[in-house]
Write a protein that binds this ligand. Structure first.
Ligand code: FE
Length: 190
C-alpha cells in the first residue's frame, strides 16, 4: 500500500485542476496537497531514490494524460546542482529528504542575471516558481556528503517542455528539454 499517498496526491491535484482555478489558487491549494504528501518520508519507491555519480536524477512519478501537471522525484547526489534555468510554467518544490538550496535569479538592466538570497529548504517545506513572479533559479544539494531528494510538481509535462538555461553574466539563454531518467513509472494502484 506504499503508493496510497502518491495516488491521493494526484487525485487531489486532478480534482483541483478540473475546477480550472487561477494560478494563485493552484499554488496555494497545491502547496497544501504537496505538504501532506511529503509530511512522511515512507512512500517513495526505492528505485526512484537512487542518485547518479555524476548527474542529478529526474524520475517521473506521474504525468497527467492531459499535460496539466507532472510529478517528479529529483535526486541530488553529494554536491550536485542544476544550471540556472527556467520552467515556463508554475512549479512546486517539496523537500522530502535531506536539504537543498534554492537561489532565484532576476534580470538586471544590463541583461545579466543577479542572484537573490539563497533559501535552504528543510524536509516538509514547499517552495514555488512561477513565470508571473520568479521562474529562474538554481537548485543545489545542501550536502556535500549525502543524497537529498525533493518532489517537484509542475503545471505541464516538465520533461517535454522546451525551456532555457542561462549564462548569468550575459543573460544569454540556451534552449533545452530535460526528459526523464526512468523508463517505467510507479504503479499507484498496486
Ligand atoms: Fe527548477
Amino acid at each position: 500500500m506504499q503508493n496510497e499517498k502518491l495516488l491521493a496526491f494526484v487525485q487531489g491535484l486532478s480534482a483541483l485542476l478540473a475546477t480550472e482555478p487561477s494560478e494563485a489558487v493552484v499554488l496555494q491549494e497545491g502547496k497544501s496537497l504537496l505538504k501532506t504528501l511529503i509530511a512522511h518520508d515512507d512512500w517513495l519507491p526505492e528505485q526512484f531514490t537512487r542518485p547518479h555519480a555524476e548527474y542529478y536524477q529526474q524520475y517521473l512519478l506521474y504525468a497527467d494524460p492531459l499535460d496539466r501537471f507532472s510529478v517528479v522525484s529529483f535526486v541530488w547526489g553529494p554536491g550536485q546542482k542544476t544550471p540556472v534555468h527556467d520552467h515556463m510554467t508554475w512549479g512546486l518544490i517539496g523537500m522530502l529528504r535531506g536539504r537543498e538550496v534554492d537561489t532565484h535569479y532576476f534580470s538586471q538592466p544590463d541583461g545579466s542575471l543577479k542572484a537573490s538570497e539563497a533559501k535552504t529548504l528543510l524536509p516538509g517545506e514547499v517552495a514555488h516558481v512561477s513565470p508571473d513572479t520568479h521562474d529562474v533559479h538554481e537548485v543545489a544539494n545542501f550536502y556535500s556528503d549525502q543524497t537529498s531528494i525533493s518532489i517537484h510538481v509542475y503545471g505541464g509535462n516538465i520533461g517535454r517542455i522546451s525551456r532555457h538555461v542561462f549564462d548569468t553574466k550575459t543573460g544569454n539563454a540556451k534552449t533545452f528539454v530535460s526528459g526523464y531518467c526512468n523508463d517505467v513509472v510507479p504503479n499507484l494502484w498496486k
